[in-house]
Write a protein that binds this ligand. Structure first.
Ligand SMILES: [Mn+2]
Length: 209
């Protein structure tokens, strides 16, 4: 776990959370803590610490370095990455929609060990989005490459549906409540038609299967 942490620090040393001055590693610690809290083992905690390192800091080369430390951790991290291109070398990720639809599809086949780490990742992200939305309102969406709140709502709603019955109930419940609170804020705020929008995007995602 110590080696996983050292590699994670190396991968994210200069990164911050989108639109903030918060060091990116805070997210990794939070996800790792949630994984422990919900019954994960050392391998899953190591994967939590490294879950964004392939996607954001080195692609397949990083994946190989993780595999050299521990193949099982690398296997989990690969399943947790929605892209393995090396963005540090200027390679382009696929567009947002394609990556998210692909990630949701990959969850359908993923085993419970992957789902636990993924659900903790999404819970921490959803909590941050909700807290930031309380703090700055709709302005929040300008921090993301994807600036349509309904698309974020669709993604998180789809994640909750996908995790349904496959992660510990307390974790699923907490994620559902967090996403529901965000949907409530959108309904009474900048996206009164968010439910219709989410339903429409869900149908669209099924078609791009
Ligand atoms: Mn993450």
């Amino acid at each position: 776990m110590r080696q996983a942490w050292e590699l994670a620090i190396e991968a994210h040393r200069d990164d911050v959370r989108k639109g903030t001055a918060i060091p990116y590693v805070s997210h990794l610690w939070s996800v790792a803590a949630l994984v422990l809290e919900h019954g994960g083992d050392d391998t899953q905690v190591a994967a939590a610490l490294l879950h964004d390192s392939v996607e954001d800091a080195g692609g397949t080369e990083m994946l190989e370095r993780i595999a050299a430390l521990n193949p099982e951790v690398a296997d989990l991290v690969e399943h947790l990455s929605d892209s393995v291109v090396d963005t540090t070398k200027g390679e382009q990720k696929a567009d947002w929609w394609t990556r998210k639809v692909g990630y949701l599809r990959s969850l359908e086949e993923a085993d419970e060990r992957v789902l636990l780490v993924s659900a903790c990742d999404k819970l921490h992200n959803a909590r941050c989005i909700l807290a930031d939305h309380r703090a700055v309102g709709p302005e929040l969406w300008t921090r993301f490459n994807q600036q349509h709140p309904t698309k974020h709502a669709w993604y998180y709603d789809s994640l909750v549906r996908s995790f349904g019955g496959r992660v510990p109930p307390a974790l699923e419940d907490e994620l559902r409540r967090t996403v529901d609170s965000l949907l409530d804020r959108l309904r009474s705020g900048e996206a009164p038609d968010v439910d219709a929008g989410v339903a429409r995007l869900r149908a669209e995602a099924r078609k791009s299967a």
